[in-house]
Design a protein around this ligand. Structure first.
Ligand code: AMP
Ligand code: MG
Length: 329
């Protein structure tokens, strides 16, 4: 079954083509919006970027199908990110998917972007029922299936996500965007003097905005080495995330763990997760970053998972900016 997936929830426009019966990603290309002012995503520029650049990826997909002696009409299913995400981006992904579906009379399905992040991880690792740490620019959530087979959030940030914390701190320190990789490098090169930073853990939920304010004060005081602040930021927020993950695994008795989202690129975070799993006798695995970040292949695979909902009625699947993993979609 040949499925084409379209991702466009935020900065990325991606198309993936997956041979779903054989669990093989055949094609996965994307374009990513970058703001050179360092100020994050400006909505008008973001939609301008996607509208003027999606054709490059679409034509690449067409050329790729040609190498298989196929065309869009040979697809079995078209899938797209219905939400959650930024409205300006979601509308463009939806428009491209619905146009292709009508033009070639291919069934369409709208999918939950977060479920796609989780399910591609399962497909690539062969894990059956893991505890997920979902850490992206916006989200920090600890998710797993409950006894009824539905995804449930066991813990999350009550204010900002880990990626956002790294990006905001990096912006303050003039390190550019995205912040995570630079913070990781500066932490690795520092003397690694640990500086205590405040955070709050309420049951299974964490709050991180206070840590940001405190880091801002420490940075402005000029009394601390930037590298040590980066090191302490990583140690503190990764350790608190691991604490919640470990408790969620103990509570649900899950024996597998995966990290998904852009922050999964952090070597320090994955090291901590491996250690925690080893101590619990649980399995930890990872998969290539191109599938942990926003990408079209994960949307194609989620389309296959949700194929029963597919229809050629393109009035279905309105964009859904504010859904979460527990939503029906
Ligand atoms: P996503 O929203 O899933 O595309 O993930 C992007 C986020 O991942 C951004 O906030 C980045 O700063 C963060 N990120 C990327 N690499 C790293 C890293 N090595 N350490 C921490 N955060 C990272
Ligand atoms: Mg994402």
């Amino acid at each position: 079954m040949l499925v084409l997936g379209i991702e466009c929830t935020a900065h990325t426009f991606g198309i993936g083509i997956v041979d779903c019966k054989n669990k093989k990603v055949l094609f996965n290309e994307k374009n990513q919006y970058k703001d050179d002012t360092g100020g994050g995503m400006e909505l008008r520029k973001l939609s301008e970027f996607h509208t003027s650049n999606f054709t490059t990826i679409l034509l690449k997909a067409k050329q790729f199908l040609k190498t298989l002696n196929k065309d869009f009409s040979d697809l079995d299913l078209i899938s797209f990110s219905q939400g959650p995400g930024i409205g300006n981006s979601l509308k463009i992904g939806s428009l491209v998917a619905k146009t292709l579906s009508t033009q070639y009379n291919i069934p369409l399905v709208g999918v939950n972007h977060i479920k796609a992040h989780l399910e591609i991880g399962k497909m690539l690792t062969g894990f059956k029922d893991p505890m997920f740490l979902y850490v992206s620019g916006v989200n920090t959530q600890i998710i797993a299936k409950d006894d009824f087979g539905k995804y449930k959030i066991y813990g999350e940030t009550e204010d900002i996500g880990l990626g956002n914390l790294f990006d905001s701190f990096a912006r303050l320190a003039g390190l550019g965007f995205p912040g995570g990789p630079v913070v990781e490098q500066l932490a690795a090169d520092s003397k690694q003097n640990y500086i205590e930073l405040p955070y709050s853990l309420k049951g299974m939920n964490i709050t991180l905005a206070g840590m940001y304010t405190n880091l801002k004060q420490k940075l402005e005081s000029g009394k601390y080495e930037l590298g040590d602040l980066c090191y302490s930021l990583q140690e503190t927020c990764f350790a608190v995330s691991m604490e919640v993950c470990e408790r969620a695994m103990a509570y649900t008795n899950k024996k597998e763990m995966l990290i998904v989202g852009g922050v999964a690129a952090s070597k320090r975070l994955t090291f901590m997760a491996k250690e925690m799993c080893k101590l619990r006798g649980a399995k930890y695995d990872s998969f290539p970053m191109q599938y942990a970040m926003d990408n079209g292949a994960m949307i194609a695979w989620q389309g296959f998972v949700d194929k029963k909902k597919a229809t050629t009625d393109i009035t279905k699947f309105p964009i859904a900016q504010y859904i979460n993993i527990e939503s029906e979609i």
